[in-house]
Ligand binder design. Structure first.
Ligand code: ZN
Length: 286
């Protein structure tokens, strides 16, 4: 169990998105490159971004998740869990960083059209700063547990959502720019931005499971599962799996140890001000 059974999640800004499935044109060259720079990936395959950044999202096909109203619904169903997570994230960040307008989430299958262009599920969960939306195919969570070897569980899923919402906050603080200006390397702006998003996710989960929050206090096992999800998407783990060796100069998200470390720092301190990775002397100073 993750959500309080009677928590009200009806306000969560999440929908199931249609569109993007038909008429996908495979882009390439500059279109793909620009798009890869614009969106914030969770740690997937940038080659799966298809370009075509000028198309408007097909809002009309979005379906509201009206069946998701309570914490019990969120505990049972992954779509409702994402809606519940969005309700909780909005509740938290509207107080912690009131300057940010609420983000919304679109759950899709296969492919999706966004203001940042079209993408397939292979990119993994991502945030598009242009339409201020989080996009995710919940099939990624099975991949996280299977292929990536994490025992993510429902708290691991919420960590992923909280990380993406962290990018939304960074869109308002200006931190996202560091990612564009200094896109790879072990101490790069990109890695610092990603680790800050992990730290923000930890701070949110800690606060959201407090007395006023929608989440139940996590068990030790649930925290371990969430941490294993963070470890699974570390650049060193992914490189080891994909290419059989670790090449830090190509890092974009930080190592497994760093991702776990910064998540923990946010979780233990419960304070997003402790997440200033951008100005930390080293990304290992968690
Ligand atoms: Zn990210």
């Amino acid at each position: 169990m993750t959500f309080r059974e009677n928590a009200n999640i009806g306000s969560g800004r999440a929908s199931r998105g249609g569109g993007g499935g038909g008429g996908l044109a495979v882009g390439g060259g500059i279109g793909t490159l620009l798009l890869a720079l614009v969106i914030m990936l969770f740690g997937g395959d940038p080659g799966a971004i298809l370009g075509g950044g000028s198309q408007a999202p097909s809002q009309a096909e979005n379906v509201e998740l009206s069946e998701c109203q309570s914490g019990a619904d969120a505990n049972e169903n992954v779509d409702c869990r994402m809606k519940g997570g969005m309700a909780s994230l909005e509740q938290y960040w509207s107080q912690a960083y009131p300057k940010a307008q609420p983000a919304s989430a679109t759950i899709f299958s296969g492919a999706v059209t966004t203001q940042c262009g079209q993408a397939t599920s292979q990119v993994g969960p991502f945030y598009c700063p242009l339409d201020q939306k989080i996009y995710l195919d919940t099939a990624f969570f099975q991949q996280l547990e299977g292929q990536l070897g994490a025992s993510g569980g429902s708290l691991g899923e919420l960590y992923v959502l909280g990380h993406e919402y962290g990018h939304h906050i960074q869109n308002y603080t200006g931190a996202l720019q560091a990612s564009q200006q200094d896109p790879r390397g072990p101490e790069s702006g990109a890695v610092r931005v990603e680790l800050q998003a992990d730290c923000f996710a930890g701070a949110w989960i800690a606060n959201a499971s407090g007395p006023e929050g929608l989440l139940e206090p996590p068990t030790k096992e649930q925290i371990q599962s969430a941490l294993s999800a963070a470890a699974a998407v570390g650049d060193d783990s992914i490189q080891e799996r994909m290419q059989g060796q670790v090449t830090p100069h190509a890092w974009t998200h930080g190592s497994s140890e760093q991702r776990v470390g910064w998540f923990n720092r946010g979780y233990e301190s419960k304070d997003p001000n402790q997440c200033d990775v951008l100005n930390a002397g080293s990304v290992d100073d968690f």
